[in-house]
Design a protein. Sequence first.
Length: 319
Amino acid sequence: MKLCILIPALNEEKTITSVINRIPTHIDGIRDIYILVVDDGSTDKTVHLAMECGVEVISHRYNKGVGGAFSTGLNKALEVGADIMVNIDADGQFSPDEIPTLIAPILAKQADFVVGDRFSHKQENLQKPEEMSRIKYWGNQQMARLISVLTGQQFNDVSCGFRAYSKEAMLRLNLTGKFTYTQETFIDLANKGIPIATVPVSVKYFPERRSRVAHNLWVYFYRTVNIILRAYRDYRPLKFFTTLGLFPFILGSISGIFTLVHFLRTGNFTPYKAVGLIGLYLVSVAFVLWIIGILADMFVRVRLYQEQILYMEKKRQYE
């Protein structure tokens, strides 16, 4: 099998050489290891140092974000005929020595998508990695809970950038987010029935380093949740819009019942006529949302057929 090691990089001249040189040169079950660096608009010596290591480099003219860099690498991995692709950060947070462990479930045909878990260790309680801030750890846990609810599966870490994909997962994967791809991948592949596994991995945090993706936790949270909800809306629109319509329906019903009871007791809507009208408006909004959900659910079937056609076309093109 052919393994592609994808390393997205942005101004990583201090670590890129070390990460590349530490990638194993031999892995049982793998006949060929292809290393690809996707330069996402670096302005330092990242590209020069990567090329000195003898690996292929694809450069973006401008920064497209980690999601854009991942998409570029994914397409290239399929073009070169990779059977497995591993994504690893260029900053040295993750150990390339753990790549064989990460791809083991794919080689054993136990999963098609394997994610590194930074918080679970030998089935023990979750632990915060050293030097990781408490607020970031808390944010990661909340994100994992959200994805677990949306996919109906249990995950402890959905934001780790150290992960592996089989060829089937690569062909099935369709992402829209450019800011980040980590959480959207779970929703996309889980809804397509792709088996997902997690593997405990070690991680090293550098206190002096500022995260380029999550440098502002609230901006990161907003943009990530936006991507997640859009992905969930696209796959489960009926449930999404039904849930969205529950709040105005309940609030509108309470307002309407309150106004009706007042009328039955006094024979007059005054002084709660406005409350009744607001209740009627909210119930109408709820019904509109539910109708949108029904219509969107019909369009989902069309999109799924289109994705199946796209999958078959990719398969024909890359195989």
